[in-house]
Structures are given as C-alpha cells and as structure tokens.
Design a protein around this ligand. Structure first.
Ligand code: HEM
Ligand code: HEM
Length: 183
C-alpha cells in the first residue's frame, strides 16, 4: 500500500521559468554536440564550419535567454519542495543553481571573447553578416581565454551530470516534488 504522508504540492515554477529551463537545457546539448561532433568532418569543409556556427549560435542564444530568465527569477520565489529537504541539502542545491546560472552567462561570454580577441569574429549559418573581430587581435590572450572556455566546458559536463543525478534522486529515491515543479 502506498501511504501519502506528504500530499504532493502541485505548485510549479512559472511557465516562463519552466520553458526557459528546458530550452536552455536543449541549447546546452546543441552547444556540446556541435562542438564535439564537428570533429567528424575535415577542417575547412562546409559541414564543419556549419557545426562551429551552430555552436556559437546556440551559445549566444543561451546568453540572450538567460538575461531575462534571471530578471524574472529575481522577482519570483520558487515553490517549496514537499517534503522540505534539510537545510544543508537546500544550501547545496542553491549553490549548484547559482553555479549553473553563472555558467550560462560566463561560458558564452568566454566563447565570444575568444573569437573577438583572436580577430576572427563570429559567423552565423545562412547569413553573410558576421560580428567583426577586434582590428588589433591579441593571440596570446585569445589562447588563454579559449583554454579557460574549454576547461569550463569540460568541468560543467560533470556539474550538469550531478544536477541530472540530483533530479533523478529527488524523483526516484526521495520521492518529493522537486522535479515536478520544473515540468
Ligand atoms: C554555454 C555555451 C557554450 C558551451 C557549453 C561551450 C562549450 C565548449 C567546449 C566544451 C569547447 C571545447 C571543444 C574542444 O575541446 O574541442 C568549446 C570550444 C569553443 N567554443 Fe564554446 N561553448 C559555449 C558557447 C560558445 C560561444 C557563445 C562561442 C562564441 C561566440 C563559443 C566559441 C567557441 C570556440 C571558438 C571554441 C574553440 C573551437 C576551436 O577549438 O577552435 N562557444 N566550447
Ligand atoms: C535533463 C536534464 C535536466 C533536468 C532533469 C533538470 C532538472 C531540474 C530541476 C528539477 C530543477 C529544479 C530544482 C529546484 O528547484 O530545486 C532545475 C533547476 C535548474 N536547472 Fe536544471 N535540469 C536539467 C538540465 C539543466 C541544464 C543543462 C542546465 C544548465 C546548464 C540546468 C540549469 C538549471 C538551473 C540554473 C536551475 C535553477 C532554476 C531556478 O532556480 O530558477 N538544468 N533543473
């Protein structure tokens, strides 16, 4: 018999925050698949250039989406998790979410800076217009920013995996409404 000691709280994040969350998750997936998937093609082929452009486009859209998302998020108190997790767990989750938000802003900016400072600029699929790079490139600075961008990119594969495992743990093990609030 299944006893509901804690009636499920049906309140969710607002529609905008829920849609922004899942759209962001999809764009993050596109950013990783396109940058690692482009290795499939030889340097200079149209397919590989397109994959690189999909990478920069998904990353820039992510940045554009995260700004209004954060503005809305500052106005909104998330619905409580029922049953409430103990304080240390709530603090850990809060820290993880701050880190994920920071990443959604900083990581695209690092990628963009790489292409600006190297003088390459940013091209887009299907249109000729591009964001021009700096007229006076700084190769060594561009390389340092690129290495930081790659390091953060790999580091957050693990952070996102932990975030995903936490969501599954709430759902299957703790059986609270944490995931339902985002659906
Ligand atoms: C959250 C969004 C983003 C994520 C998760 C991400 C992730 C990554 C990762 C993991 C790499 C390393 C790939 C490798 O080691 O082969 C990379 C490379 C790169 N990314 Fe991003 N990136 C994002 C956004 C952007 C944006 C917005 C731009 C530019 C506007 C950009 C430009 C680049 C460039 C130029 C490289 C180096 C490619 C090369 O090796 O020549 N990224 N990115
Ligand atoms: C399939 C993958 C994912 C699942 C199942 C998932 C699940 C969730 C859930 C259940 C929450 C609510 C947590 C809470 O309120 O305590 C949440 C929040 C959050 N997630 Fe994800 N997520 C996924 C992917 C991602 C990705 C890829 C990112 C970004 C890199 C991300 C960033 C965030 C952020 C920043 C929050 C905090 C939202 C806020 O406070 O407004 N998530 N996620």
């Amino acid at each position: 018999m299944h006893i509901h000691a804690f009636p499920a709280d049906r309140r969710r994040y607002s529609a905008f925050l829920r849609h922004a969350h899942w759209l962001s998750a999809a764009l993050v997936l596109v950013a990783y698949v396109s940058i690692y998937g482009r290795e499939w093609w030889e340097r200079g082929t149209p397919e590989r250039i397109l994959a690189g452009q999909l990478h920069t486009l998904s990353g820039l859209l992510l940045l554009l989406l995260t700004v209004p998302r954060l503005l809305v998020r500052f106005q909104e108190t998330p619905p409580p998790i029922v049953p409430a997790p103990p304080l240390p767990q709530r603090l850990m989750a809060g820290l993880a979410h701050v880190a994920l938000f920071l990443y959604l802003v900083v990581q695209p900016l690092l990628g963009l800076s790489t292409l600006m400072v190297s003088g390459k600029g940013v091209g887009f699929p299907l249109i000729a217009w591009r964001i021009p790079g700096l007229a006076v490139p700084n190769e060594s600075l561009a390389k340092a920013i690129k290495e930081l961008h790659e390091f953060v990119g790999v580091l957050f594969i693990y952070v996102i995996a932990a975030h995903l495992l936490a969501a599954i743990w709430h759902w299957r093990v703790r059986q609270d409404n944490a995931l339902q609030r985002m659906l």
